[in-house]
Ligand binder design. Structure first.
Ligand code: GH3
Ligand code: MG
Ligand code: MG
Ligand code: MG
Ligand code: MG
Length: 320
């Protein structure tokens, strides 16, 4: 097994293992071969975990530190490489773990059996050092690709459930949360609060200071709402300048107190836009499930009616 030529080294070094996928589990019962693999991998910049048989490998795979790439010897005591691989795939781990199966076998039947057990690639002993290095790079490439896809998926998921301007839950998401919390509270016979908050004379902010100033007021108001709530309360953008707040496990008195805290926090200071003071207040309509409403729809209607009274009563107030 010769060292790579200079031109090979250059291309190999171009994709040194990224932190994201450089942890490799080597499961190999042959002590000599295990040592060689470890030395090679560490010299290529991988972090290495060692298992001396399949049973130990499977135990290590239950641990908190999950390897990204696995080099599994086929013939091992306790569990062989194919069995480890089968168990691994059955639990459907995320992020994906890339398996390179290593064996002295080289028949086509064996190759098929290994791949069908869920191995991603296959190397027959004895193998070339550079071939192993290249195959590990292939594994990393696939893991990186998958990590990117997961990130893209998370981003889409976030965009589908959050309001772009303020970062809180969007209308659909907060309504889903309302439904879920409603079910939870009726199961546990606890009461919960539903609050609709509407900024006062918000149209005037836009008309007087411009739309960007209005946007800033919206973001600032959301920050203040969140400051006034507990970490397990939910807030979502219900409409343009209307927010829906879901307050689980709360008595009527507590919900009202909470709404009042939000109102005071919003009105506490003006928002500054380009040095210009913009006063900001909100009206809040409150419904509590221990009293009237028995469905999310009824709670929303009750909160909306209360909000209407708050507006008619002069704004900058909480009505239950
Ligand atoms: P009230 O006290 O009765 O609630 O009066 P209001 O002016 O707040 O209510 P109205 O419904 O008349 O106006 C709401 C305004 O909110 C109109 C709309 O242009 C503005 N708005 C809605 N969404 C946004 C947004 O994302 N950015 C900005 N800047 N304005 C928005
Ligand atoms: Mg073996
Ligand atoms: Mg209005
Ligand atoms: Mg308004
Ligand atoms: Mg409104």
């Amino acid at each position: 097994m010769s060292e790579p030529a200079e031109w090979e080294l250059v291309s190999l070094n171009q994709d040194q293992p990224g932190e994201a996928c450089n942890l490799v589990l080597i499961a190999e019962d042959d002590v000599m071969f295990r040592k060689i693999l470890q030395t090679w991998l560490e010299s290529w910049g991988y972090k290495v975990m060692i298992a001396v048989d399949g049973g130990q490998a499977w135990e290590m795979l239950q641990g908190e530190v999950a390897p990204h790439l696995l080099i599994l010897d086929w013939m091992m005591p306790k569990l062989n490489g194919v069995e480890v691989c089968r168990l691994l795939r059955a639990r459907n781990h995320s992020p994906y773990q890339y398996v390179l199966l290593v064996t002295a076998k080289d028949g086509t039947t064996d190759l098929v059996a290994g791949l069908e057990a869920g191995a991603d690639d296959y190397l027959s002993k004895p193998f070339n050092k550079n071939e192993l290095r290249a195959r590990l790079r292939t594994g990393r490439r696939i893991l990186t690709l998958q990590a990117d896809q997961l990130k893209a998926h998370d981003k889409l998921q976030y965009q589908a459930t959050h309001d772009g301007l303020t970062g809180v839950w969007n209308r659909n998401a907060i309504l889903d949360i309302l439904g879920r919390e409603f079910e939870r509270s009726s199961r546990s016979h606890s009461s919960m609060g539903v609050v609709i908050l509407d900024l006062d004379h918000f149209k005037k902010v836009n008309d007087t200071h411009g739309h960007p100033a209005g946007d800033l007021v919206l973001r600032e108001a959301v920050g203040r709402i969140q400051e006034a709530l507990r970490s397990y309360d939910f807030v979502g953008r219900y409409g343009g300048e209307e927010f829906l707040i879901v307050i689980p496990d709360c008595s009527e008195v507590q919900v009202e107190r909470c709404a009042e805290r939000v109102r005071l926090r919003i009105a506490a200071e003006p928002v500054y836009f380009n040095g210009v003071e913009i006063p900001v207040t909100a009206s809040l309509g409150v419904a509590v499930t221990s009293s009237l409403p028995s469905t999310p729809k009824e709670a929303l209607e009750a909160a909306d009616t209360a909000l209407y009274s708050a507006k008619n009563g002069g704004r900058n107030r909480v009505v239950l």
